[in-house]
Design a protein around this ligand. Structure first.
Ligand code: GLN
Length: 471
């Protein structure tokens, strides 16, 4: 019976009817985690602790229960949870225990969420497949020979495989939405600055945003509403008031939607994904919405600019892992310089090293203007054009990924090909706008297909309600 409970509303109704307790629910998920160990989803399961908390919550009088009573969640291993290890799936943070809670985590706990474990990801959230992890690859539950996407791959599989109600991920260039589409779940990346980044291990600070992977858009809306809002620990967290997203899910009227010809006719786009996307567009039109093809000339500039900017930011952010302050310290090192060099050499994986080197190069004195400054200009142009589009349209429709999930190992030796697969997700991060990926259908290869909608900055309420109206 518990397997059928896919949303918090259903769970809370079952608890209210005394058909379910937090303890029974937690046990169910723990059992499900044990049944799916072949997928390698969790780096650590907080079994005892989750059960203790569930019992405490069961004992709480109904009137004192938080809004997330009954929500058992998983967190990507880039979020600080006080007293628990956090490693970004990297050897360099092995053994590091977080002394504080990320703001997003604190706010979920304050509403009685139960955190059942921390899940795998690409090292420091760099990747599109979850293969770049010190803890090994996570497998897609729809087909264990396929990648789950990345970097929040295991967050998506945690939901897909029924091991939790929803999971937190982070999205710098698509890391919540692409795995959501590869695994057939919902993925929400909010506006940059909507959720505080305090306690989120940094990759590219001007892009990073915490996101939610869930079975339903309602759960994503509630989780967003709880986590979002100003935070004195993160000056980039917006001061804008937070709407009651979960109470505003009724979309009224007709929407005006744009899609980019250059995206839906892109040579990289799989023919079936293209066909299903166009069928979806026809469906929207049949419901009375206006959908129009528009020109967008920047698509092919997005990936190069993104990889210049994020690697630049990463090279700076990751300089703090020096073998002195956190985690792994080389035992071979005899001098301070050797401590830096050997600890970093031993601690970081190959993709992270590649990006630190690329980022250091694009920021170097002789090349700064040619790469970094140039990429910043591209970013500005993309935002200007995007803003102009939203003067005429409510939403932009875009495929989430050019293909369905591919075989484990397929792109491991071809980083550029892997980077190019981010072509449709990175736009939202470049522009700082919110985007939701949602399930569209199934491919003839039996894997899930997703699609995404984007809205103007801070228009999550409109975006979520529209996506809700489609289901
Ligand atoms: N695949 C992209 C990258 O490797 C996105 C990662 C992310 O959003 N964290 O940078």
């Amino acid at each position: 019976m518990v397997e059928q409970l896919q949303s918090l509303q259903q769970i809370q109704a079952a608890i209210a009817a005394e058909n379910l307790t937090c303890s029974a629910l937690t046990k169910h998920y723990l059992e499900q985690i044990k049944q799916t160990t072949n997928l390698n989803i969790y780096i650590e399961v907080f079994e005892e602790e989750a059960l203790v908390r569930a019992r405490e919550l069961d004992a709480k009088p109904t009137s004192e229960r938080g809004r997330l009573h009954g929500a058992v969640i998983a967190i990507k291993d880039v979020l600080c949870y006080k007293g628990h290890s956090v490693t970004a799936a990297s050897k360099i943070l092995e053994g590091f225990v977080s002394p504080y809670n990320a703001t997003a985590i604190q706010r979920l706990l304050d509403e009685d969420a139960i955190i059942i474990g921390r899940v795998n990801c690409d090292e420091f959230a760099m990747g599109s497949t979850n293969e770049n992890s010190h803890y090994g690859v996570t497998r897609n539950a729809a087909n264990p020979d396929k990648v789950p996407g990345g970097s929040s791959g295991a967050s998506a599989v945690a939901v897909q495989a029924g091991t939790c109600l929803f999971a937190l991920g982070s999205d710098t260039g698509g890391s919540v939405r692409q795995p959501a589409s590869f695994c057939g779940v919902f993925g929400l990346k909010p506006t940059y600055g909507r959720i505080s980044r305090y306690g989120l291990l940094a990759y590219g600070s001007s892009f990073d945003q915490i996101g939610i992977l869930s079975n339903t858009i309602q759960d994503a809306a509630l989780a967003l509403e709880i986590m979002a809002g100003a935070d004195e620990f993160d000056s980039t967290a917006s001061q804008k008031p937070v709407p009651s997203y979960s109470q505003q899910l009724n979309f009224e009227g007709k929407a005006k939607i744009a899609y980019f010809k250059s995206a839906l006719e892109h040579e990289r786009l799989d023919a079936e994904i293209k066909a299903q996307s166009f069928a979806f567009i026809e469906n929207l039109k049949a419901k009375g919405h206006e959908v129009e093809a528009i020109d967008f000339d920047f698509l092919d500039y997005i990936i190069p600019a993104y990889y210049v900017l994020t690697t630049a930011e990463a090279s700076s952010n990751l300089s703090r892992y020096d073998g002195v302050r956190y985690g792994h310290r080389s035992e071979e090192a005899k001098t301070l310089l050797e401590t830096y060099q050997k600890s970093r050499t031993e601690g970081f994986g190959i993709e992270v090293k590649r990006r630190i080197m690329l980022g250091t190069f694009v920021l170097s004195a002789g090349y700064y203007d040619a790469y970094y400054t140039q990429a910043q200009k591209v970013r500005r142009l993309i935002w200007e054009r995007t803003k102009a589009i939203f003067e005429d349209y409510d939403f932009i429709l875009m495929p989430t990924a050019p293909t369905t999930a591919w075989d484990i190992g397929k792109l491991n030796d071809d980083p550029v090909e892997m980077y190019l697969s981010d072509i449709f997700t990175v736009h939202a991060n470049m522009a700082g706008i919110p985007a939701v990926a949602f399930p569209l259908g199934t491919h003839s290869n039996a894997l899930p297909i997703g699609i995404q909608l984007m809205a103007n900055r801070f228009e999550e309420a409109k975006l979520l309600s529209f996506v809700n109206s489609l289901s």
